[in-house]
Design a protein around this ligand. Structure first.
Ligand SMILES: N[C@@H](CCC(=O)N[C@@H](CS)C(=O)NCC(=O)O)C(=O)O
Length: 209
């Protein structure tokens, strides 16, 4: 039994989709830095960064960092299709996962918490940092779209971890609106990923309209 720390509308959605693709039993513990009534102290004990998603394995091992969690699940459940079997394709998928985590997720975090990135957080400074973070984020997605080919999924013929993470992280900070103008074909790929039944079911809970 896995324990997943997360909450609605967060990156834990990606791990829920992945765990379901693996057929692995899990429970979700609602926790997030922005919900004081959640299991935040428990999350802080397992991940001092207090970030979600954080996954605790059956033996108590803690895995945080979305790319690491998805790679771990893909390697543990090879028949899930989370990672391609072919070594070169798998290397590209892992490159993509780390790319999204390092460049896109990180820029979302700066945009969400600009006050962490200046010693004297005043409104004009924080809003200037947020604007720059979003510009960097959108550029990182444009480069992602130009670098990672979809056929039809980013992971190949079937849905994989890279699709799930890209569809999740592109939900935030104006990314989809930007891609609608800059990379409409890539946005169509993200929307196709979202229509996959395993993704649609989880996303409907996380992003109820
Ligand atoms: N590097 C982490 C980033 C995770 C992250 O920033 N998660 C957000 C929620 S979607 C969070 O917990 N933010 C709270 C904080 O940074 O204090 C990953 O790739 O999983």
């Amino acid at each position: 039994m896995y324990t997943l720390y997360g909450t609605t509308g967060s990156g834990s959605a990606a791990i829920e989709v992945a765990l379901q693709r693996c057929g692995a039993p899990f429970k979700v513990v609602r926790a997030s830095e922005w919900e004081p009534d959640s299991a935040l102290p428990e999350l802080a004990r397992v991940n001092p960064l207090k970030q979600i998603p954080t996954l605790v394995l059956g033996d108590g091992t803690v895995v945080s960092e979305s790319a690491a969690i998805l790679i771990h699940l893909g390697l543990t459940f090879p028949s899930s299709g989370l990672l391609p079997q072919d070594a070169s394709r798998r290397a590209v998928a892992m490159r993509g996962l780390v790319y999204v985590a390092a460049n896109c997720y990180a820029a979302v975090s700066v945009s969400d918490y600009p006050q962490r990135w200046c010693v004297d957080p005043k409104k004009p400074i924080t809003s200037s940092i947020r604007t720059a973070a979003r510009a960097n984020l959108h550029k990182a997605w444009d480069i992602f779209a130009d670098t990672f080919a979809a056929s039809p999924y980013l992971s190949g013929v079937e849905l994989g971890a890279l699709d799930i993470l890209a569809a999740t992280v592109s939900k935030w900070s104006g990314t989809r609106a930007h891609l609608a103008k800059s990379r409409p074909a890539f946005l169509a790929t993200l929307l196709m990923i979202e229509r996959h039944p395993d993704v649609a079911q989880v996303f409907a809970r996380h992003w109820a309209s």
